[in-house]
Design a protein around this ligand. Structure first.
Ligand SMILES: [Cu+2]
Length: 270
């Protein structure tokens, strides 16, 4: 059994790191004026005291993450027990949204992925678990190894910002953007990957006509539980692979890239 001093030595750096996790504090459209995103501190404040913003609020007061053993729950959609943002970011198809994280730790390297879900009515009254997300863009490993240069390093270098382009031609309507970082520094351990999803309501204008595809979940026979309770010593996050990935037709991005496509239905290791 470890002595108390050993435990203390191990836990202190962890406490320090937790406070360094981030959230999307604000958004600009085409470099325009600042739109407030969200803040974990608002979750428990009385309703009237919370600013109305497009950012969803969640029970992530520790600035923490959603672990793989929750990937089959609604928490993976917009973070823990999320409630919808009460306004929208107004944008047109083809516009660039810049998402400002308040901070991000250098050690938390991994993919940054953007999904959109169309709301059937107002996103301001949507439920996270009812949204059907389609992956729109992704970035992950860039160069080097152990662990090399990742898009999260780019985010840090760009003043903690990440750009998202609203797909050109996207039909007007109310959408939820699901912007997610998956930190992989602990992904070698079972249940060790860390998902940091952030949701933002977007009202898309313009005259586009392209709808998001409706993706059917893969047959249950191709799914395995998440996390896979295997004793293998490698990354254990694996569920279904798309047919293209199974046949090898899909180009792997790097040896440790996680794909969540479509949301909840399959988490693939490539
Ligand atoms: Cu962390």
């Amino acid at each position: 059994m470890p002595s108390f001093s050993t435990l203390a030595a191990v836990s202190l750096p962890l406490i320090r790191l937790v406070s360094a996790h981030g959230y999307v504090a604000g958004i600009t459209v085409n470099g325009g004026s600042w739109v407030e995103g969200s803040n974990p501190n608002w979750f428990y404040q009385p309703e009237g005291d919370v600013p109305e913003t497009p950012g969803w609020q969640a029970e992530n007061q520790d600035n923490g993450f959603v672990a793989p053993d929750s990937f089959a729950t609604a928490d993976i959609a917009c973070h823990k027990s999320a409630t919808p943002g009460q306004t929208y970011v107004e944008a047109a198809s083809g516009d660039t949204l810049t998402l400002y994280w308040n901070t991000w730790p250098d050690s938390h390297k991994g993919p940054i992925i953007n999904y959109l879900a169309k709301c059937s009515g107002e996103c301001t009254s949507a439920s996270a678990g009812d949204l059907s997300f389609t992956k729109v863009s992704e970035g992950a490993w860039l160069s080097g190894s152990d662990p090399g240069d990742w898009v999260t390093d780019t985010l840090i270098a760009q003043n903690f910002t990440s750009d998202f382009e609203v797909p050109s031609g996207l039909a007007p309507g109310n959408y939820v953007l699901r912007h997610e970082i998956i930190a992989l520094h602990s992904a070698g351990s079972e249940n060790g990957a860390q998902a940091y999803p952030q949701c933002i309501n977007i009202k898309v204008g313009g005259s586009g006509s392209t709808s998001l595809p409706r993706v059917s979940p893969p047959p249950s026979s191709t799914r395995r539980p998440i996390p896979v309770s295997s004793s293998a010593s490698t990354v254990r996050l694996t569920a279904t692979r798309s047919p293209a990935q199974r046949s090898g037709a899909a180009k792997p991005m790097c040896p440790a890239t996680l794909f969540l496509d479509p949301l909840v239905d399959g988490l693939d290791m490539v």
